[in-house]
Ligand binder design. Structure first.
Ligand code: ATP
Ligand code: MG
Length: 177
């Protein structure tokens, strides 16, 4: 089934408030409910126990691709294997986008991977340019490149008003991961 609206757009969820990845996940839930085919690639998330890694494959027509390592990426000390993982994840997203097999492709935390120079912005720009018209693309992560903002149809900046982290409440299983 192809995207019933015919036209696929480019959406970006950015900013330093919570809700970027979960907004993308919510869209996936909605798309899957209408029989759209979904591919999501996670940058820099490795084998951490995110609930979505378990739940997404249970949805019809949703394929996930994880990349990265369990430990956090240190932007001041990028390892070659971290770049390799991110580059191969981007290649997988490109293949899925161009394959014609998916209606919605999500690149979760791609903006952070760009900021950390794990991947080239020219490659992401090319992906947007080459995307078949019916494919909806969602890019998430704080920091966003201005060229991507210009190319996008929808950009939402999550603004932090309060976050429990600021009063020492650590990430909770099932809520933050
Ligand atoms: P979520 O996955 O909950 O939608 P997010 O994608 O907007 O969050 P990221 O920037 O990817 O947030 O942050 C990763 C983790 O940091 C998440 O567990 C998130 O809850 C948490 N987080 C988000 N915003 C903040 C913040 N302003 N301060 C501290 N932690 C945050
Ligand atoms: Mg996120």
């Amino acid at each position: 089934m192809t995207n019933k609206n015919g036209k696929g757009l480019v959406q970006i969820f950015t900013g330093n408030g919570k809700g970027k990845t979960t907004a993308a996940l919510g869209t996936i839930l909605r798309a899957a409910g209408h029989g759209l085919k979904v591919f999501i690639v996670f940058f820099m998330k490795g084998d951490y126990e995110y609930g979505e890694f378990n739940a997404l494959p249970k949805l019809p027509n949703v394929v996930i691709r994880k990349s990265g390592f369990r430990q956090f990426t240190d932007p001041l000390n990028i390892k070659p294997e971290e770049k390799e993982q991110a580059e191969s994840a981007l290649a997988a997203a490109r293949e899925a986008t161009l394959s014609g097999s998916y209606d919605l492709v999500v690149l979760d935390e791609v903006n952070v991977a760009l900021e950390y120079k794990l991947i080239e912005s020219a490659e992401v720009i090319k992906l947007i340019e080459d995307k078949p018209p019916h494919v909806e693309l969602i890019l998430t992560g704080r920091y966003v490149d201005n060229r991507l903002i210009e190319m996008a149809d929808l950009v939402t900046e999550m603004v932090k008003v309060k976050h429990p982290f600021d009063k020492g409440i650590k990430a909770r299983k099932g809520i933050e991961y």
